[in-house]
Design a protein around this ligand. Structure first.
Ligand SMILES: Nc1ncnc2c1ncn2[C@@H]1O[C@H](COP(=O)(O)OP(=O)(O)O)[C@@H](O)[C@H]1O
Ligand SMILES: [Mg+2]
Length: 440
């Protein structure tokens, strides 16, 4: 006998023990109903899944599940396993699961035997004894338990896949993001109309309701802010929001940005059957040679599990040149690309400077504004913060224009020195490539 098969002390397979008991004890005492012995999923003895079943859920043949009761059975162990939040997960033992017909008729009972496999294993063996006519309803019930075992529901936080924390609350407000108003409005319009109307359109056209947007731009232009503000918006709408993080490795021998995290997030979305927003930051990091093909397939939708309620994935990148043409130019892989620019208008640069200087802002500071145009928001924020720290160190009451200008100069010098260094090192500089946008 193979070593990995679960056996009892007498060397018997656990499943044989359960089945032998069914055949010698249970079936002779229950000759009616053409009973079938079925090997089942542990999900049916998972109380987290069972508790998620809606009370009025109708299984095939119009039956609802109305609860279980424990019975005596000498061949199963009775053990409960709890989550760290003290929720009962698996409960082993022998149980009768009861199903009531929605219309008049007799209830149906199904015997479920669940037990741990053997001494060395936490594997569960679950065997059910089901009336022949009830098999379609029972399979439906087991499938629903298996789905609910892994499902998550919208909550007031963003659910994190692959990160150090399980969830976080996004804090960015839409108004704090300073970008051309039309661009902001277009992004929000694209996202909101997918959830309000787009999903029905995709479904009517027999397409997977899976839309993918890319926010591309140099570092520090507000892409992460946009993701955070869209996450807040989505939570308010009752959507499920999942953030794919590359902060923690799932396996030591793999990079932290892996295809399997994207796949897992899409599976969660599909299992949840809620409209879902998925955020994938720094998408370029997931496109390393060995996994690129898989990521491409996911973007095509060919390898993504289907979420009938619709999934919108927003990706960001600082390095669109790292995303090759197979993604950028092939229709359907990315549905729309938004370029998130450095500050273009003096009014925006001034708004940004005012926002980050707060109470310290004075009209005289507006002289610096023309110099700030063309820089990313993160740079303008750094200039403001650097100036404010100088005020604090000098115990000054207000921010002199000269201090602000010095902050600008010293940060610009640092930036220029870094750019020169990179240009020399790379030889060709970091040329942003021309992106082909569609619909924008
Ligand atoms: N468009 C913007 N409007 C307001 N603040 C910005 C903007 N862009 C960047 N910032 C400031 O710079 C910080 C870094 O920006 P971030 O969104 O992380 O940039 P990205 O993700 O594009 O690299 C933000 O937290 C914010 O303080
Ligand atoms: Mg970012």
């Amino acid at each position: 006998m193979s070593r990995c098969l679960p056996t009892t002390a007498e060397g018997q397979l656990k499943i044989d023990v359960l089945t032998a008991w069914v055949e010698t004890e249970w079936l002779p005492a229950h000759p009616e109903g053409n009973l079938q012995t079925v090997l089942d999923t542990p999900a049916i003895i998972n109380h987290i899944a069972l508790n998620k079943l809606p009370k009025d859920f109708q299984f095939k043949g119009d039956y609802t599940y109305t609860g279980l009761r424990e019975i005596e059975c000498p061949v199963v162990t009775r053990i409960s396993q709890f989550t760290w939040q003290a929720e009962r997960r698996y409960q082993t033992g022998a149980f009768l699961y009861r199903f009531d017909p929605v219309e008049a008729g007799e209830p149906v009972e199904v015997l479920v035997l669940g037990t741990y496999n053997g001494e060395e294993s936490y594997q569960l063996t679950v065997v059910s004894v089901v009336p022949g006519d009830f098999i379609p309803a029972w399979v439906h019930f087991a499938n629903e338990c298996a789905r609910l075992e892994n499902t998550i529901e919208p909550e007031s936080k963003v659910i994190v896949v692959g990160g150090r924390t399980a969830a976080f609350t996004p804090t960015t407000k839409w108004d704090e993001i300073i970008l051309p108003e039309k661009l902001k409005a277009d992004i929000l319009e694209d996202v909101s109309s997918f959830f309000s109307k787009g999903i029905q359109v995709y479904t009517r056209l027999n397409l997977k309701p899976f839309r993918k947007l890319l926010l591309a731009g140099v570092p520090g232009t507000g892409k992460t802010m946009l993701c955070s503000a869209l996450a807040s918006w989505a939570i308010e709408q009752g959507l499920l929001v999942i953030y794919i993080s590359s902060s923690q490795k799932w396996r030591d021998d793999e990079p932290a940005a892996t295809f399997s995290k994207i796949q897992h997030a899409l599976d969660l979305a599909a299992n949840s059957a809620y409209p879902t927003l998925i955020l994938l930051e720094e998408m370029d990091a997931y496109l390393h040679a060995d996994q690129k093909a898989q990521v491409l397939n996911v973007l095509d939708g060919s390898e993504a599990a289907l979420n009938p309620k619709g999934t919108l994935m927003i990706c960001t990148t600082n390095y669109p040149e790292a995303i090759d043409e197979r993604i950028l130019k092939r229709p359907g892989r990315l549905d729309r690309i938004f370029i998130i620019p450095e500050t273009k208008l003096a009014v925006d640069a001034e708004k940004m400077l005012r926002q980050y200087l707060g109470d310290m802002w004075q009209e005289s500071h507006s002289r610096l504004v023309p110099k700030l145009v063309g820089y990313p928001g993160a740079f303008i924020r750094e200039v403001a913060i650097h100036a404010l720290t100088q005020v604090a160190y000098a115990n000054a009451e207000s921010l002199e224009y000269s201090v602000l200008e010095d902050s600008y100069k010293s940060l610009k010098e640092q930036l220029d020195a870094r750019d020169d260094f990179l240009t020399q090192r790379i030889g060709i500089g970091l040329q942003p490539i021309a992106l082909h946008t569609n619909g924008n």
